[in-house]
Design a protein around this ligand. Structure first.
Ligand code: ADP
Ligand code: S3P
Length: 171
C-alpha cells in the first residue's frame, strides 16, 4: 500500500489546490487538515483563533496529526501552514514542501477574485509585515522536515502535480 503524501508550505502557496489535482491524477483521496479541524470543532479556523487563541488551534492540529498517523493511509493530505510543527509529521507520510517566494504567494492570493475572503480566513496573513517575517523564519524549518521540495512559483497546478508524482514515485 502506498503511504500518505503530506503537503506542507506557507499559507496560500497552493497546498489544497495541489492536493485536489494530485488526487484526481492518482486516484488517491485528498483530505485537508484545516477542514478536519473545522468539522471536528464545528468552528471556522478564524473563530478558533479569535475565541480561544492560537495555542488551542495548535492543540487541535496535534490531535489531527495523531489521528492521521493511526488511521489514514494512501491519501493526499494538505496541511495548514503551521502544521509541519507537529511532532509526528514524518510518521504521517512522505513530506512534500511546496516553496514559493513571499511576493509570489501574495500575487497569487491578490489575483484571486475572492482575495479579501482568502485573507480574512487566514488570521496570520492579516499583518503583512509579520507574515513576511514568518515566511522567512519558517523556511529552514519546512526544509528540515521535508523529504521532497517542489518550487511552485510561476508554475501551473498541472506542472506542480506532475513534478510531485515523479519525485514521490506515485505512479
Ligand atoms: N500556482 C498557482 N497558480 C495560481 N493560483 C494559485 C496557485 N497556487 C495557489 N493558487 C491560488 O491561491 C489560493 C490559495 O491556494 P490554496 O490551495 O488554498 O493554498 P493553501 O492550501 O496552501 O493555503 C487559491 O485561490 C488558489 O487557487
Ligand atoms: O500558517 C499557519 O500557521 C496557518 C495557516 C492556515 O492554513 P493555510 O496554510 O491553508 O492558509 C491555517 O492553518 C491557520 O490560519 C494557521
Amino acid at each position: 500500500m502506498k503511504s500518505n503524501i503530506v503537503l506542507i508550505g506557507f499559507m496560500g502557496v497552493g497546498k489544497g489546490r495541489t492536493a485536489r489535482a494530485l488526487a484526481e491524477k492518482t486516484g488517491m483521496f485528498a483530505v485537508d487538515c484545516d477542514d478536519l479541524i473545522e468539522s471536528f470543532s464545528n468552528m471556522k479556523v478564524r473563530e478558533i483563533f479569535s475565541e480561544f487563541g492560537e495555542p488551542r488551534f495548535r492543540e487541535l492540529e496535534q490531535q489531527v496529526a495523531v489521528w492521521l498517523q493511526k488511521q489514514v493511509r494512501n491519501t493526499i493530505i494538505s496541511t495548514g501552514g503551521g502544521f509541519f510543527n507537529v511532532p509526528n509529521i514524518r510518521k504521517i507520510g512522505k513530506v512534500v514542501y511546496l516553496h514559493a517566494d513571499f511576493n509570489q504567494i501574495l500575487e497569487t492570493i491578490y489575483a484571486h477574485p475572492n482575495a479579501k475572503k482568502k485573507i480574512k480566513k487566514r488570521p496570520l496573513l492579516n499583518d503583512l509585515a509579520k507574515a513576511r517575517t514568518l515566511h522567512e523564519s519558517r523556511l529552514p524549518l519546512y526544509r528540515n522536515v521535508a523529504d521532497i521540495e517542489i518550487q511552485v512559483g510561476g508554475k501551473t497546478v498541472e506542472q506542480i502535480s506532475n513534478a510531485i508524482i515523479k519525485k514521490a514515485r506515485l505512479k
